[in-house]
Design a protein around this ligand. Structure first.
Ligand code: HEC
Ligand code: HEC
Length: 402
């Protein structure tokens, strides 16, 4: 998935620590070979479907499988898994919970892709090609023959987000117990998070709202739709029926505003880690209250896809960094939510051995044990301009300390 992350920029005079973490974009597109020319078409729609089939086999089958069952060649290496279209279950819809998506919904997904997954956008195709693909992928599921999608839910009267609406949203978040899955602070670490599975019985990660990454798009409207319609095939419920008709709109808009306010780096902010100067002694433990004097900065991580063994599906997709200094030393606090068990590190003292961690090994062909570890890289000198040493241990002329 192509996505722009704010890059670290250098600024002078301020004590500044640039942490070069791997910000590679993992965009994996597997193509299968295009099939030979089609047989004699009998009608216009038949011709369109034949054309669409070619496009599908070329652009989609590598992940979604020739039969649309989600078992393409690349599927083994991907998490989340490519969708199996045969069940007719789609997450990104404007239609009520349980309904099929409209053609426009599917067109939207093909045009936008799904952030936070390997599903790319296909905006380089013409609108006609994408529309033909929509018709073709509907042939994989009988559901489209027997059922019509219900009408799209209206998305109207969006109010501006204010501190007041955000506070209303926070209360609803609490009352609706979103935190059971998404965590009290929306970090994707609620008590149920590690127990959830999708309709294909594959463990599913709940969204961490601090990242600002949303499969169905990041606007208030997109979120409003996700709450209203739920995400079919996943434990993410619809909250449409929870509210009375009079209060529904206002409440759901407030919820959107609150969820968006949890994003760690708000649009326009950079991910430069600034070390505030403090007169107190530097904190020595992660839970020292002195850390509250440091501004948290979120840095997104993606898998190492350059050298073998490639890691397409990192368990930890971001870290939060805080830094403080006292003119002599710098203290760093790096925190992350880790849904995977450290199978080599031996665990912490007092661990009983039973674990609620998600174990994805059985679902991933290449996954093996990997111990938890963290390395921070500092440039040895402040370079001119925005040029940083290469993130893999620097480069000639720009040495680093790791
Ligand atoms: C590199 C792999 C890859 C390719 C190529 C790919 N997809 Fe996907 N696609 C995915 C993954 C992974 C998901 C599931 C993402 C998730 O559920 O988080 C997905 C999901 C979808 C969905 C489900 C949307 C929903 O609302 O649930 C549709 C529709 C879709 N893809 C269509 C296509 C079409 C059409 C093509 C070809 C033009 C295509 N995909 C090519 C990986 C791929
Ligand atoms: C039973 C667990 C559960 C509860 C309760 C729950 N969610 Fe979710 N939610 C999920 C899961 C799982 C996903 C991820 C689905 C996926 O990635 O396919 C998700 C995804 C989301 C997304 C991401 C949409 C996108 O486009 O990526 C938002 C926003 C969201 N939930 C908001 C909420 C809010 C707000 C509440 C409470 C009103 C809530 N959820 C309650 C499980 C839950």
């Amino acid at each position: 998935m192509l996505r722009q992350f704010p890059l670290v920029k250098k600024e002078k005079k301020v004590a500044l620590i640039s942490i070069s973490l791997c910000l590679l974009l993992s965009c994996l597109v597997f193509y299968s070979l295009a099939p030979r020319a089609s047989t004699n078409p009998t009608s216009d729609s038949q011709t369109d479907l034949e054309k669409a089939k070619k496009l599908y086999l070329f652009y989609c089958a590598g992940c979604h499988g020739e039969k649309g069952d989600g078992l393409g060649k690349a599927a083994e290496f991907l998490y989340p898994k490519p969708r199996d279209f045969t069940k007719g279950l789609f997450k990104i819809r404007t239609t009520p919970s349980g309904s099929l998506p409209t053609d426009e919904d599917l067109l939207g997904t093909i045009s936008q892709g799904m952030y936070g997954s390997a599903m790319p956008n296909f905006n380089f195709l013409t609108v006609d090609e994408k529309k033909a693909l929509v018709q073709y992928l509907k042939t994989f599921s009988e559901a489209f023959q027997y059922r019509e999608p219900e009408s799209s839910v209206p998305v109207i009267n969006e109010p501006p987000a204010t501190p007041k609406t955000i506070e209303v949203g926070r209360k609803i978040y609490e009352i609706m117990e979103c935190g059971k899955c998404h965590g009290d602070k929306g970090k994707g670490d609620g008590p149920s998070a590690s127990t959830l599975k999708d309709d294909w019985q594959i463990p599913i990660k709940v969204r961490d709202f601090t990242t600002g990454i949303y499969k169905g798009g990041p606007t208030n409207k997109d979120l409003y739709l996700r709450f209203t319609t739920g995400m079919n095939g996943t434990p993410m419920p619809s909250f449409y029926d929870v509210f009375s008709e009079e209060e529904r709109e206002a409440k759901l808009w407030a919820l959107s505003a609150y969820v968006r306010s949890l994003q760690a780096n708000q649009p326009g902010e950079t991910s430069v880690v600034r070390a505030n100067r403090i007169s107190d002694p530097l904190p020595a433990t992660p839970d020292d209250p002195v850390w509250e004097q440091a501004r948290p900065v979120s840095i997104f991580l993606t898998g190492q896809v350059i050298a073998s063994p490639r890691w397409q599906t990192p368990g930890v997709d971001g870290v939060t960094v805080r830094a403080l200094h006292n003119d002599e030393s710098v203290a760093l606090l790096v925190e992350w939510h880790d849904p995977f068990q450290d199978t080599e590190g031996g665990g912490n003292e007092g661990d009983t051995g039973d674990t609620t961690y998600v174990n994805l090994d059985q679902f991933l062909g290449t996954a093996g044990p990997f111990p938890d570890a963290l390395a921070v890289q500092f440039s040895q000198s402040l370079s001119e301009g925005t040029q940083k040493p290469y993130f893999f241990w620097g480069q000639a002329g720009q040495p680093v300390n790791v």
